[in-house]
Design a protein around this ligand. Structure first.
Ligand code: NAP
Length: 499
């Protein structure tokens, strides 16, 4: 590992000021494609979190933000959208470098982030409750929708700016104040967005950020002054967040791991489906919660289809993240690369065979980084670790099925339930399978996509709650029932019989 002269400093953002940790030594982050230190991140923990909570608490309990009109909040959120759009190239470069993802994809993430801030700005205008006129002639029932309070937003490394934007603007639109905790591996774009919120004119303390490793996240999960934690990350860490949050019974939204299937029926547009399968598993280097690492293909077309998938996989260009010709970049760090290749090594045998890729790439400049060849493993058994676990790399397993029942059983036969795809020209098949799949999202004749107005989240071990859409916005709110008596009728409070 070498240190670049221009390594960025990433600081906490507390009560409207950027600052270092008083005690802990900072963390070096090296780019996964070059092994050069590109950022030096402050290591926050309980001390910084409790100061950030105090600032966010004061901004919520006594500050102007929750008391502003929806229009006023919408204007500020929309201004951040414009600023992210203005700085899109800078933000995309930060995420491409620190994640190791291709720059074209990072640019797509930032365009997606702009859309999320714009959509959330519109939600600030529509925040509403409901009225009941059927509680009897003397009563009117109001259901008020209110901001839940101070929220902690814990973000993973794979889509730093995008996932932050799936949370922060929605919380702000609801009138909450927020503390962001990005991954220590990829904090630079979050710091840039903090600067943009400052430029947009958010009141002091409404938005804070504590950077650092899991200790900062743990302190957020434990903090009594936080009313809700919205966490995105692995299922294992999600369970720790659930346990840590018990102290004040805070509300939780957990967006966790996935292990999606691409279910391809013989009557699908097979050319389109093959392109979708190759995209679905290699998008974002395979480091995506809705990656589709399991291909389930109907027996009748399996041999030709798998050959076509392998042919298209061979066309992918693995390379440096900043090269616009790169399709697949570097994995997040050496430990993760080893985990991915260990699944490939362990998958052979029991009739399974690696038919493309299967190795770390070490030629030339790729040798300095964490590059793994896009890989296809055929005839993988449903009980194997490669089928069951979230590999989180550019590795496709292929399993064949005879009929719809077997396809659905295989697709649902893992602990996760985040997203799946079904490919068929028959509307009957698409709808029948979509209804039977146990996942929060089903793509039909398409693959990874997430419009901001569609709720997103998991069944089973993939999570609790929803992000995005109206449902995601409402996660950041509480409902209060107010039953108003307007008439005065004798006997209303008659507790004594006959009174
Ligand atoms: P992770 O290790 O669970 O970390 C997620 C975040 O939690 C990071 O900011 C991490 O900080 C922090 N953290 C670590 N330990 C913590 C603790 N004890 N308490 C609170 N926070 C803690 O996940 P990851 O490796 O970054 O991300 C990959 C995983 O996220 C995959 O499983 C993927 O499927 C999942 N994911 C899910 C979705 C979804 O929407 N469902 C989207 C994207 C990713 P540090 O990184 O600094 O340690």
């Amino acid at each position: 590992m070498t240190t670049a002269m221009s390594a960025r400093s990433v600081q906490h953002f507390i009560a409207g000021a950027f600052e270092d940790s008083a005690e802990s030594a900072p963390i070096d982050r090296s780019a996964p494609a070059t092994d050069e230190v590109v950022s030096v991140v402050q290591a926050g923990g309980p001390v910084e979190v409790s100061r950030a909570v105090a600032a966010a608490r004061a901004a919520f309990d006594d500050g102007p933000w929750p008391r502003m009109t929806g229009m006023e909040r919408s204007v500020l959120i929309g201004r951040v959208a414009d600023l992210i759009e203005r700085d899109a190239a800078t933000l995309a470069a930060l995420d491409a470098e620190e994640v190791g993802k291709p720059i074209r994809l990072a640019e797509g993430d930032i365009a997606g982030a702009v859309g999320l801030w714009r959509y959330a700005a519109s939600l600030a205008l529509t925040m509403s409750g409901s009225t009941y006129t059927n509680n009897g002639p003397d009563f009117t029932g109001l259901v008020l929708r209110e901001p839940i309070g101070v929220v902690g937003l814990i973000v993973p490394w794979n889509f730093p700016a995008l996932i932050l934007s799936q949370k922060l603007p929605f919380a702000l639109a609801a009138g909450c104040t927020a503390i962001v905790k990005p991954s220590e591996l990829t904090s630079s774009s979050a710091q840039h967005i903090m600067r943009l919120t400052e430029e947009a004119g958010f009141p002091r303390g409404v938005i804070g950020m504590v950077v650092g490793d899991g200790r900062a996240g743990q302190a957020i999960a434990e903090a009594d002054g936080i009313d809700l934690v919205s966490f995105t990350g692995s299922t294992a860490t999600g369970r720790r967040v659930l346990a840590a949050s018990a102290g004040n019974l805070k509300k939780l939204s957990l967006e966790l791991g996935g292990n999606a299937a691409n279910v391809v029926f013989a009557d699908a547009d097979l050319e389109d489906a093959a392109a979708g399968v190759v995209f679905g598993v290699n998008f974002n280097n395979g480091e995506c919660c809705v990656s589709q690492p399991r291909l389930l293909v109907e027996d009748a077309v399996a041999d030709d289809f798998v050959a076509e998938v392998a042919r298209q996989t061979a066309l992918l260009r693995v390379g440096q993240p900043m090269d616009p010709r790169t399709d697949v970049g570097a994995l997040i760090h050496a430990g993760h690369r080893e985990k991915v290749t260990s699944y490939i090594d362990g998958a052979s045998g029991d009739g399974a065979a690696v038919i493309f890729g299967g190795t770390r790439l070490t030629e030339g400049e790729l040798g300095r980084g964490q590059f793994v060849a896009p890989t296809v493993i055929d005839r993988v058994a449903a009980g194997s670790a490669a089928f069951q676990d979230e590999i989180f790399g550019p590795v496709l397993t292929v399993t064949r099925f005879h009929d719809q029942d077997e396809a659905v059983r295989l697709a649902n036969g893992v602990q996760y339930g985040l997203a799946n795809s079904v490919w068929s020209k028959s509307v009957d098949t698409v709808l029948q399978v979509a209804k039977r799949l146990q996942s929060g999202t089903v793509y039909a004749n398409t693959t990874i996509d997430a419009p901001p107005q569609m709720p997103f989240g998991g069944y089973k071990a993939s999570g609790v709650g929803r992000e995005m859409g109206q449902a995601g916005f409402e996660e950041f709110t509480e409902l209060k029932s107010v039953n108003i008596r307007t008439g005065k009728r004798a006997g209303t409070f008659a507790i004594r019989a006959g009174a």
